[in-house]
Design a protein around this ligand. Structure first.
Ligand code: ATP
Ligand code: MG
Length: 413
């Protein structure tokens, strides 16, 4: 069987990025090298999705690539990867290679330049092992590993011996789950068996890479399928030991799709104490801003059931917190959301209150209290808050009456 199939004419061949990518392939070919599109972009194209980047694989060595293009960045020249910049677009141009030995289970000890076919055989899954020749007539998919068939059947299958492929690079354990979730594909039996067998070995991968995979499971697709696979395979307890995979959490995940990164983490941590949620973010080396946001959002989420009992000032102070929106977004997920006390009114308030309702104009400042002869101290803050409370209650205050109110507060015993 010829590995070439002619059925993947991209729907978006008029896109400037496509034309730019084809031009890069052309330049390499005119210089006598092999060059094709490779990996995810071919997969996405066959699926009818618009690739957001085009990776190019070539027989040219990094030095040859650098010599052929005006603007290049040798991002991983030792591994054969050069970034080529062309107009506003950039492309990773990678030399066909095989990878020798994975003694740390994470990255290859060495690489060797190789044929296009060998370059495909080092890739992870058959659907990621497709090449595409954009200069061949209408464009042609080159399939050495049965990737087209698996794409059509909706199957994630390791290229080659599944167990060996996961042994060499443990990140593939999570990638398999993520791609299955993203495309709603099933995982082929041998591939699945190997994942389950090696699930505990995922901890050999850096926490940053685990973090990025987990985050993508929330941001790229429906959330539940990926996390179900994490649980069934045994990966969950290694990557998220702090979080119990409860029915209620899955129920919530079941209605979540393509969340923002911060909402993804808030969802994962939604059943934890706020401090523990922050702890997960810290362990995952998320930014401290993200960690704080998740902690606060989880705290607000937990406060929602008693929302209706709050007075208007407390409600406004809650709704105006920057994390309230994330908390409300996560609270609406799951079959129980409609019955959740406080949620409907908090949502109504969030929509109904304007910026000015939540952040009334400042009528008195500390400087004015000093000018009125009071000495600064912790009571200033409380006095100014009393003014803001009155405003949040909807009381109309002039600047004079606001100053009076603050001074009265300060002078009270
Ligand atoms: P995405 O749309 O998520 O970027 P992708 O398939 O482009 O999907 P990348 O991580 O960008 O994924 O990798 C590009 C290609 O490199 C993959 O399609 C695959 O062929 C190969 N690849 C990436 N990571 C690995 C890995 N850990 N092991 C083997 N091959 C890999
Ligand atoms: Mg990619």
């Amino acid at each position: 069987m010829s590995p070439i199939e002619r059925d993947a004419q991209p729907a978006d061949s008029e896109r400037p990025i496509w034309r730019s990518a084809v031009a890069v392939v052309q330049t390499l070919r005119i210089a006598g090298h092999e060059a094709v599109f490779a990996g995810g972009c071919v997969r996405d194209q066959v699926l009818g999705d618009t690739p957001y980047d085009y990776d190019i694989a070539t027989s040219a060595t990094p030095d040859e690539v650098i010599a052929l293009f005006e603007r290049t960045v040798p991002v991983g020249a030792a591994f054969g990867v050069v970034r080529v910049l062309r107009g506003e677009h950039e492309f990773e141009v990678a030399t066909f290679r095989t990878e020798g030995g994975y003694s740390d289970g994470r990255r290859p000890d060495s690489v060797q330049w190789a044929s296009a076919r060998d370059d495909v055989l080092r890739r992870d899954f058959t659907i990621n092992g497709l090449l595409f020749d954009p200069l061949e007539g209408e464009g042609a998919v080159i399939d050495h590993v049965g990737g087209l068939e698996d794409l059509r059947a909706g199957v994630i299958r390791a290229i080659g011996e599944a167990d060996e492929r996961f042994e060499e690079d443990k990140l593939r354990l999570l990638r398999a789950v993520r791609f299955a979730a993203r495309f709603a594909f099933s995982i082929e039996a041998d591939t699945w068996t190997a994942i389950c067998k090696r699930a505990d070995e995922i901890i050999e991968v850096s926490v940053e890479r685990i973090r990025d995979e987990l985050e993508r499971m929330g941001t790229q697709s429906a959330v539940e399928p990926g996390f179900r696979l994490l649980e069934r395979s045994g990966l969950w307890r290694s990557v998220l030991p702090e979080v119990e995979p409860t029915d209620s959490l899955f129920d919530r995940m079941g209605s979540a799709e393509r969340l923002s990164p911060v909402a993804t983490w808030t969802l994962m941590c939604s059943e934890l104490a706020p401090r523990d949620a922050r702890g997960v973010c810290q362990r995952m080396k998320l930014s401290s801003a993200t960690g704080r946001h998740v902690e606060e959002a989880v705290e607000i989420l937990r406060a929602l059931p008693t929302y209706d009992a709050l007075d208007v000032v407390a409600k406004k102070r809650l709704i105006r917190r920057p994390e309230a929106h994330t908390a409300l977004e996560i609270a609406t997920l799951g079959s129980g959301a409609a019955a959740m006390d406080g949620l409907a009114s908090a949502q109504r308030d969030e929509r109904g209150w304007s910026r000015e309702d939540l952040h009334p104009e400042t009528l008195v400042t500390g400087a004015e209290l000093i000018a009125a002869g009071r000495s600064p101290g912790p009571s200033f803050k409380r006095a100014l808050e009393a003014v803001e409370d009155a405003q949040l209650r909807g009381e109309f205050l002039s600047r004079e009456s606001a100053l009076e109110l603050a001074l009265r507060h300060l002078d009270e015993p």
